[in-house]
Each structure stands twice: as structure tokens, then as C-alpha cells.
Design a protein around this ligand. Structure first.
Ligand SMILES: [Zn+2]
Length: 157
């Protein structure tokens, strides 16, 4: 595993990270709910990303949220990874919106035909957005299943 505090590799046999002194106990007893407070207090330096999930957040819930509505970033909102969640959601919405916009334009008549032709067949822009969003979703799902997805936590002193 990797130390959530400094990112250096350390095996679980050790009780503490030999680079920064973070202990296994600290990581196991870290708090996910304290992330909210740290954000409110503008203390982002307190937040670290850990692949070991503390008890106040459920990997099971994240798994189901990801499986059922992961394309909307539900699991990322749940784990309070808001930036990641928002980026994925915006890309997905852009793809969907462009897709329907093109459909509407196509139905509206021939005057847009050239424009549609350029975007749909020339660039495939909506398809690119949708594929990127889909891959981001699948990547997160893979990470949750393989226990490599990281949650923000606040370590105990
Ligand atoms: Zn460390």
C-alpha cells in the first residue's frame, strides 16, 4: 500500500511510514466525516487520500452508487470527491446536450444539414464527450472493486 500522507510505499508489516511517521493506526482510525469540517475551515492540508476506508464511510454504498448511477458521479459525490464528480458530470451533460441539440437541428430541417454533417461525421464531438465520461465511470468502478479507489480522510493526530 501507499502512505496516504506522503505517497511513499510501505508494507503493512511496518507500524508507521518511515518517511513521514504516519502510523497504520492513524490511517485506520482516520475520519471521513471530518473532511467536511476541514473544508469549512479552509484547511485542505488536513485532507489526505487513503485507499484504506475508515469506518464512517461504506465501500459497499459507494459500489452500489457507482454501479447504479455512477455515470452521474453519485459515488464521487458520496465520497466527497466533488471536483472529480463535477468534471465527470459536466462532460456527460455536454455529451448528452450536444447529442440532443444535433438531433433537434436535424429534425428542424435541411438548412442545418451542413453544420450537422460537419460536427457529427467530421468531429464526432458528442461521441467523444460520452465516451470520456463512460471511461471515467468504468475506471472508478474498477478502482472501487480492486480497492484502489481513494477516499479523502482526515488523519488523527
Ligand atoms: Zn508517509
Amino acid at each position: 500500500m501507499r502512505c496516504p500522507n506522503c505517497g511513499s510505499r510501505f508494507n503493512k508489516g511496518l507500524l508507521a511510514c518511515k518517511y513521514c511517521g504516519t502510523t497504520i493506526k492513524q490511517i485506520e482510525e482516520a475520519s471521513h466525516s471530518a473532511v467536511v469540517q476541514a473544508k469549512e475551515d479552509y484547511e485542505p492540508e488536513k485532507i489526505v487520500y487513503s485507499s484504506i476506508w475508515p469506518n464512517d464511510i461504506s465501500r459497499n454504498n459507494a459500489f452500489w452508487l457507482c454501479m447504479l448511477c455512477g455515470i452521474f458521479g453519485a459515488h464521487n459525490f458520496y465520497t466527497k470527491r466533488y471536483l472529480k464528480a463535477t468534471i465527470g458530470l459536466v462532460i456527460w451533460m455536454l455529451g448528452i446536450s450536444l447529442f440532443w441539440l444535433l438531433m433537434a437541428l436535424m429534425l428542424a430541417g435541411e438548412m442545418y444539414y451542413e453544420f450537422i454533417d460537419t460536427v457529427l461525421y467530421g468531429g464526432g464531438v458528442p461521441a467523444v464527450f460520452l465516451v470520456v465520461a463512460f471511461l471515467m465511470w468504468m475506471w472508478d468502478f474498477f478502482k472501487i472493486v480492486t480497492k484502489t479507489y481513494k477516499v479523502p480522510v482526515v488523519l488523527k493526530d
